[in-house]
Design a protein around this ligand. Structure first.
Ligand SMILES: Nc1ncnc2c1ncn2[C@@H]1O[C@H](COP(=O)(O)OP(=O)(O)OP(=O)(O)O)[C@@H](O)[C@H]1O
Length: 254
């Protein structure tokens, strides 16, 4: 049994415009996988299919023996608690504090009424503080999120995802809005989360060098098709050409 199996999936948003075509791969528990490819290759769509924010037309996504497309509304809610999402623009509520944003990650476990009342247990609050500490954000717990830098906001986004106790983190261009220093901090955290907490990370990246440095494995997409799936050191200039086409020139560092 695979931890996550993506079997021959296809997706189109509009008729006759295929965004993903016959995409297949298996992911093992704790693996750190980067998805790279030019703009429009289908990277974000692929992540959205895994947590079923969008529905596929063909193929199958099996997460721990469960066919994701077959889930009822209630089952889908449970499925999503196992999947943490990290976004390029953080998706925090800026007028709320850091700790409140982190606790929002628990809402998937609550009834609608508990959610409306935003009641959290002492254990949940202790967990939130401990995650902020792990991410070096403890001293900012009571700041409003609009007072934070981009890198700090992303660390709050990571804490919010981790408080769900997910088995996978799906990270959609987590460093695209950050400078190199903040990017390194975020990538180092994601790597240690994957290794120390055995949480699978699937990370969409635009930076080939970053993907090479941090990943156990890289999947290259072009035009909605998998054109590379292998180790970072297999990413030769030929392979980079296959993934990026004419955009490859300024990405090759060999
Ligand atoms: N909700 C949508 N409705 C219609 N078309 C969409 C939608 N979302 C994405 N697309 C189209 O699907 C294709 C793939 O988009 P997607 O965002 O998955 O690519 P990407 O590789 O993540 O690109 P980028 O690196 O620029 O974020 C693009 O042509 C895009 O315009």
């Amino acid at each position: 049994m695979s931890f996550l199996a993506v079997n021959n999936i296809s997706k189109q948003y509009e008729k006759d415009k295929q965004v993903l075509s016959d995409v297949s791969f298996d992911i093992t528990s704790g693996e750190f996988v980067s998805i790279i490819g030019p703009s429009g290759a289908g990277k974000s769509t692929l992540l959205r299919c895994i947590n079923r924010m969008v529905d596929i037309e063909d193929g199958q996504i099996v997460f721990q023996d469960v066919d994701v497309m077959s889930l009822s509304k209630r089952e889908l809610r449970k499925h999503r608690t196992q999947i943490g999402m990290i976004f390029q623009h953080y998706n925090l509520v800026s007028r709320l504090t850091v700790i409140e944003n982190v606790l929002h990650g628990r809402l998937g476990y609550k009834t609608t009424l508990q959610g409306v009342l935003t009641r959290f247990t002492e254990k949940e609050k202790a967990d939130a503080f401990s995650l902020l500490k792990k991410l070096g954000m403890q001293e900012h717990a009571y700041k409003r999120c609009d007072q934070l830098s981009g890198g700090q906001k992303q660390r709050v986004g990571i804490a919010r995802a981790l408080i769900q106790h997910p088995q996978i983190l799906l990270c959609d261009e987590p460093i695209a809005s950050l400078d190199p220093n903040a990017s390194k901090v975020i990538m180092d955290h994601l790597q240690s989360i994957s290794k120390e907490m055995n949480i699978t990370c699937i990370v969409n990246l635009h930076q080939v060098d970053v993907a090479k440095r941090y990943s156990d494995r890289i999947i290259g997409l072009n035009g909605g098709k998998v054109v590379y799936d292998g180790k970072p050191d297999g990413l030769t200039s030929n392979v980079i050409h296959r993934i990026y086409g004419s955009e490859a020139g300024n990405l090759i560092m060999e």
